[in-house]
Design a protein. Structure first.
Length: 409
């Protein structure tokens, strides 16, 4: 992204400078990002967050679950903004970081404009929002709110078998105090997350900034297909118990079920054992990500896929197990705050999203709003994700206006 550095306009330089500093951290040769929680790339990004926040005069702390908080002032009824810095494998540059950089830039602007907050303001970097390493999305905000128990979190393992507790300890953080943080949650009066739009709603609305109305119900289910390893060259087709066959038909069935329900279904994070070329697999593991406009459609898809997998498994002699990993009911954002934010953002369009966010988790506990920034490609969770310079600055301006209103009212 080529920002036009303009020394006369401190506002551009601050966003530009922050963006250019963060951009290289965790960038892979693919052009996407591999910034997974507690890995060196994530730790670099966390160090950048802390240094930048301190440079803005904020007090930086890490909570018991690893979330980073940068405070301007102390006490309750705080206005909190921010997002996340972790990514999906080969994810885009904007998903998460745009919210964090915009939040820090908004603080810089408020200070530059001499705004004196009447209540605390904090910028948060929620940990493991994508769930890309340990599987459960929004883990940092779910631990904060008690939506995920510490006993479950500490034993979550990445694909190398490293647990959350081991990885967090390896980052020199105490992983023995994971869990709900009601005092901290009680300090939050309002949460506002800015995020790149993951879709083309704002392109269709021809608007640089939008406001979220709702998040579709969605979830993740872990499928396991257990068959029997055998020789690819000497085992008759009729004698096979091939989990790849059952899995393949389940993937096809998921597409059909989703289409019938007007929903979405995606299998990812696939592992095959022993994954040879001349051996029939013994085991296939895969995660189903499904999302739908309403809970009944989501339930129909998951039920349909589960039943299909079981039926194909019976036919193929493959044992199928399905484990719910995380499920988020529909999120309807606080209507008053939603409309207030839309007004403050110059009459920004209001639109739903199928993407999950920490704001969705927080919205069950505190008045929460989301600002979206136009993504002309509509692509997300891939290197093609993009938001143009002017739209990013429009997002920063909108967020700054919203925060100023919230901290001074
Ligand atoms: O997966 C999601 O919906 C979000 O981008 N973490
Ligand atoms: Mn995100
Ligand atoms: Mn994401
Ligand atoms: Mn998010």
């Amino acid at each position: 992204m080529a920002w036009g550095a303009d020394p006369d306009d401190g506002e551009r330089v601050s966003f530009e400078r922050l963006w250019e500093e963060l951009r290289p951290l965790g960038r892979a040769d693919s052009g996407g990002y591999r910034r997974f929680t507690w890995t060196p790339a994530d730790l670099d990004a966390r160090a950048w967050f802390a240094d930048t926040a301190r440079g803005l005069g904020l007090d930086v702390e890490v909570d018991r679950n690893g979330n980073q908080w940068a405070w301007w002032g102390s006490g309750g009824d705080a206005v909190v903004t921010g997002s996340h810095l972790d990514s999906v494998p080969d994810g885009g540059a904007f998903d998460g970081p745009l919210g964090v950089v915009s939040s820090l830039s908004a603080v810089a602007l408020l200070k530059a404009r001499g705004v004196a907050p009447g209540r605390p303001l904090a910028v948060v970097n929620f940990v493991e929002e994508e769930g890309a390493r340990f599987g459960v999305p929004c883990l940092g905000s779910r631990l904060l709110t008690g939506a995920v128990a510490p006993s479950r979190a500490q034993d979550l393992r990445d694909s190398d078998g490293v647990t959350w507790a081991e990885a967090m300890t390896g980052a020199d953080l105490d992983a023995t105090r994971l869990g709900a943080d009601p005092e901290r949650l009680a300090r939050i009066g309002t949460f506002v997350e800015l995020h790149v739009e993951q879709g083309r709603g704002l392109v269709d609305a021809n608007a640089p900034v939008g406001v979220a109305s709702a998040i579709w119900p969605h979830g993740r289910w872990r499928f396991e297909f257990a068959g029997e390893a055998n020789h690819a060259g000497t085992t008759r087709l009729a004698d096979r118990r091939d989990p790849m066959l059952t899995f393949a038909e389940t993937v096809l069935g998921a597409r059909e079920q989703a289409s019938l329900a007007g929903a979405l279904a995606t299998f990812g994070r696939v592992s095959v054992e022993p994954n040879g070329t001349n051996a029939i697999a013994s085991l296939v593991r895969a995660w189903l990500d499904s999302r739908a406009p309403d809970a009944s459609a989501l339930a129909r898809v998951v039920q349909g896929v589960t039943e299909l997998a079981a039926e194909r498994g019976d036919r193929d002699g493959v044992k199928v197990t399905v484990t719910p990993e995380s499920e988020t009911p529909v999120v309807e954002f606080n209507a008053d705050l939603r409309d207030e934010v839309a007004g403050l953002a110059g009459g920004a369009p209001i639109l739903p999203t199928g993407a999950g966010h920490d704001a969705g988790v927080l919205s069950a506990h505190v008045p929460t709003a989301m600002l979206f920034v136009r993504n002309p490609t509509g692509v997300s969770h891939a290197p093609g994700e993009y938001a143009g310079p002017d739209d990013c600055l429009a997002g920063v301006e909108a967020l700054t206006t919203v925060l100023e209103h919230l901290v001074t009212r």
